[in-house]
Design a protein around this ligand. Structure first.
Ligand code: BG6
Length: 484
């Protein structure tokens, strides 16, 4: 690994994302020794005029999630907070960024007693509307200037635009200032343990290789549910809706890893090439294969317009035009204010031909990968009912991570991804052409929703969503199994 001075600059330091995700992830990396104090300095940058200590006080409470942990780690918390300095300034004028550059350079000089390169990581925990001006300022005032090598990288969060056109515009603006290897487009689902496991599962197991195709698989569901509504984020959410917030990014990334062909190696570019190919093979979404919903009470939020048409729920079918998947529906489903919080992939296999056991009555073979909560994988299969009679029953082969990997701490998605940005590994980040292909799939339907042509169906908070979505599942071939 590279050594030398590392400056991590969190822009938008007093915002929600920075407090809840970025700083806690940095703290966890620090605690595990990945951010050694003799090399690392962290800068917060935002418009609010506050002191270093005020910023530290604002984030302190978010660093550890419970009281017991906070007393155990209080020493670490203090040492970590000491690494953080705050600089205030605007997002579109040079003076603030010059001040920031001065601070970073001073820190680099002070730590250059041992020779090394200078590494500058800018984390934009900011709304995308300011990305172009912030990138311009970084480019102008804050690039790594060390003769000893190093780099400047930027991390950007979704939403990357609202549709194909705006995303392309944003990509072009940033692309003029930074090269692709310097840009890390984060999608935190790519940092989840079981999402990272998908490649291994599919390509390192003989079990799955011959079965993973249209001859054996009837349908695939990729599901995200939350049992809470937009909770104080109504204003943000209403501008985007569930398709832009969850499906176009998080679920589509999972879709890529489930459906793509085997990459020729684990090199990030090889993996991302395959993701782009499968995205480009997706056929236009059909109107009759989309159900939108909006939970009752969503418009009660004062920041949401009374006549909002924004979907808080969507189920839609993606179809892939290639040899492996022709005819297999990939059902993407996401919703807020539903009956449970869960994210999972359900791969349902076709019925057994020439069945002599009447297996169909028991339910189909199904392979379920639960991304959260309680990571698990299980296979629903038919076995003989234990006992004297020759009858069958559906049972499960179950790999529950909590039981199998007791004591292993599964890292937070943001932790891994930030570490990847420091190490320069872009495997789990979205490449520009991948982003474009993703927007190409959803832009037509998004425009029609924005134009009011497609209206969401109301559903009860705490329910499964509109019944029409379950009907679409049935029409797509999904056979409901007991308890689901
Ligand atoms: C975010 C969305 O990207 O992901 C939120 O903006 C959503 O609306 C969140 O709640 C879900 O993330 P996780 O990791 O809790 O599933």
């Amino acid at each position: 690994p590279e050594t030398g001075c590392l400056s991590i600059i969190v822009l938008g330091a007093s915002g929600d994302l920075a407090k809840k995700k970025t700083f806690p992830a940095l703290f966890n990396l620090y605690r595990q020794g990945f951010l050694p104090a003799e090399e690392v300095h962290i800068f917060g940058y935002a418009r609010t005029k506050i002191s270093d200590d005020e910023l530290r006080n604002r984030i302190r409470g978010f660093l550890v999630d419970n009281k017991a942990a906070s007393s155990k780690h209080s020493d670490d918390v203090l040492k970590f907070l000491e690494l953080i300095k705050y600089v205030s300034g605007s997002y579109d004028t040079e003076d603030g960024f010059q001040k920031l550059d001065k601070e970073i350079s001073e820190h680099e000089i002070s730590k250059h007693s041992h020779e090394g390169s200078s590494r500058r990581l800018f984390y934009l925990a900011l709304p995308p509307s300011v990305y172009p001006s912030v990138c311009k300022m970084i480019r102008k005032c804050c690039m790594n200037k060390s003769d000893l090598g190093g780099w400047t990288r930027i991390v950007v969060e979704k939403p990357f635009g609202r549709d194909l056109e705006s995303a392309e515009k944003l990509s072009a603006q940033i692309g003029e200032l930074f090269d692709e290897p310097q840009i890390y487009r984060i999608d935190h689902y790519l940092g989840k343990e079981l999402v990272q496991n998908l490649l291994v599962l599919r390509f390192a197991n003989r079990f799955f290789l011959p079965l993973w195709n249209r001859d054996n698989i009837d349908n695939v569901q990729i599901v995200f549910r939350e049992d809470f509504g937009t909770d104080g984020r109504g204003g943000y959410f209403d501008e985007y809706g569930i398709i832009r917030d969850i499906i176009q990014n998080h679920l589509l990334q999972v879709f890529c890893l489930v459906a793509m062909e085997k990459p020729i190696s684990l090199k990030p570019e090889h993996i991302r090439d395959e993701k782009v190919k499968v995205l480009q093979s997706v056929l236009p979404i059909k109107d009759e294969e989309v159900v939108l919903g909006q939970y009752e009470g969503y418009r009660d939020d004062s920041t949401v317009p009374d006549n909002s048409n924004t979907p808080t729920f969507a189920t839609m079918v993606l179809r892939i035009h290639n040899e492996r998947w022709e005819g297999v529906p990939f059902i993407l489903k996401a919703g807020k204010a539903l009956n449970s919080r869960k994210a999972e992939i359900r791969v349902q296999f076709k019925d057994v031909p020439g069945d002599i056991f009447k297996c169909k009555k028991q339910g189909r073979n199904e392979f379920v990968i639960r991304l959260q909560p309680s990571e698990a994988m299980y296979m629903k299969l038919t076995v003989k009912q234990p006992g004297l009679e020759m009858s069958t029953v559906q049972s499960e082969l179950d790999l529950s991570y909590r039981q199998r990997y007791q004591g292993v701490v599964i890292p937070e998605a943001y932790e891994r991804l930030i570490l990847d940005t420091i190490r320069g590994d872009q495997q789990h980040f979205v490449r520009r052409d991948e982003l474009k292909a993703a927007w190409e799939i959803f832009t037509p339907i998004l425009h029609r929703i924005d134009d009011g042509e497609f209206k969401p169906i109301p559903y009860q908070p705490g329910s499964r969503g509109p019944v029409e979505a379950d009907e679409l599942l049935g029409k797509s071939g999904y056979v409901q199994t007991h308890g689901y």
